[in-house]
Every structure is written in structure tokens, then in C-alpha cells.
Design a protein around this ligand. Structure first.
Ligand code: 4NP
Length: 160
């Protein structure tokens, strides 16, 4: 079992899309039963809330349902429990690094780390400028590339 946590600021716009799209691609690649997936925010403003209606809408447009998610804040246990913590931007990355015990720093990276053509780019915060279509496309690509990477490196080519 590989445990993956996707982290942004509010846990209502970007990381819910990352969670939903990694689940979607993992299902397509037949590895969903090998993964445990969640998302969290570094901020506490939206705890308990569903994703932003614009994230729900853009996912729904592509046939992905993220409406059942609930926002939560990152907690210390997450650094022990999860194998990888993926930050959406460099500010989330810095926050995670400062919260993390030193021995778990190696688990933290940018979400786009494995994305061909987008390596280590930031997923911009769409909350105030409404760039949900662009953010969706970026997250979809990064999610697919991450799933392919995990499949290749952890589960072998023959795994179906
Ligand atoms: P997210 O977007 O980090 O992608 O969930 C944001 C959502 C809410 C706020 C900021 C960013 N906020 O300031 O409330």
C-alpha cells in the first residue's frame, strides 16, 4: 500500500482536484486498490466544507465527481502515515517542510514533480482569479504522470 497526501492552502480548490484525478487515473491504470489517497490544507478556514463549487463543476464537466470530499487541515500524524506528501505550490511546500519532522522531509515534493513538460512547476491558486479550466488541465496531466510513475516504479509493468 502506498499512501499519498495532496496539499494546498485551503483544501477546497486544487488538492481536492488532485485527489479526485489521481483516484480517477489510478482506477484507469488498475492500481487504485494499492493506494490510499487523501488531501489536506495548510490553512484552517474551510475545515469540514465541500470543495469550491467551481472545482466541483470543472471536474463534473470531465466526468469526475469530487463533491463528497470534505476539507481538513494537515496534522502532525500525516507526516508519519503518508509515504508522499505533494504540495501544489512552493508556498505549500515551504509550509510542509517547516511543519515536518526532519526525518520525513524526503517525502515532500511538488505535485508536478513527475509531470512531463511541467516538472516542478507550481499549480497556481485559482481561488481569486477563476482559472479553473487551466488548473484542471495541469492537475489532470500531473495526476496521470504520477500514477504512471507509481505503476512503473512500485508495481511493475505486469501489474493489472
Ligand atoms: P486552494 O485555494 O488552496 O487551492 O484550496 C484556496 C482556497 C481558499 C483560500 C485560499 C486558497 N482562502 O484564502 O480562503
Amino acid at each position: 500500500m502506498i499512501r499519498l497526501l495532496f496539499v494546498c492552502l485551503g483544501n477546497i480548490c486544487r488538492s481536492p482536484l488532485a485527489e479526485g484525478l489521481v483516484i480517477h487515473h489510478a482506477k484507469q491504470q488498475g492500481i487504485l486498490d494499492r493506494l490510499e489517497i487523501d488531501s489536506a490544507g495548510t490553512g484552517a478556514w474551510h475545515i469540514g466544507n465541500p470543495p469550491d463549487s467551481r472545482s466541483i463543476a470543472v471536474a463534473e464537466k470531465h466526468g469526475v465527481d469530487i463533491s463528497g470530499q470534505k476539507a481538513r487541515k494537515i496534522k502532525q500524524d500525516d507526516f508519519d502515515l503518508y509515504d508522499y506528501l505533494f504540495a501544489m505550490d512552493k508556498s505549500n511546500l515551504a509550509d510542509l517542510r517547516s511543519l515536518s519532522p526532519d526525518e520525513h522531509h524526503g517525502k515532500i515534493r511538488l505535485f508536478t514533480h513527475y509531470g512531463e513538460g511541467q516538472k516542478d512547476q507550481e499549480v497556481p491558486d485559482p481561488y481569486y482569479d477563476d482559472g479553473f479550466d487551466d488548473v484542471y488541465a495541469m492537475i489532470d496531466h500531473a495526476a496521470e504522470q504520477l500514477v504512471l510513475h507509481l505503476k512503473e516504479t512500485h508495481f511493475g509493468d505486469g501489474y493489472t
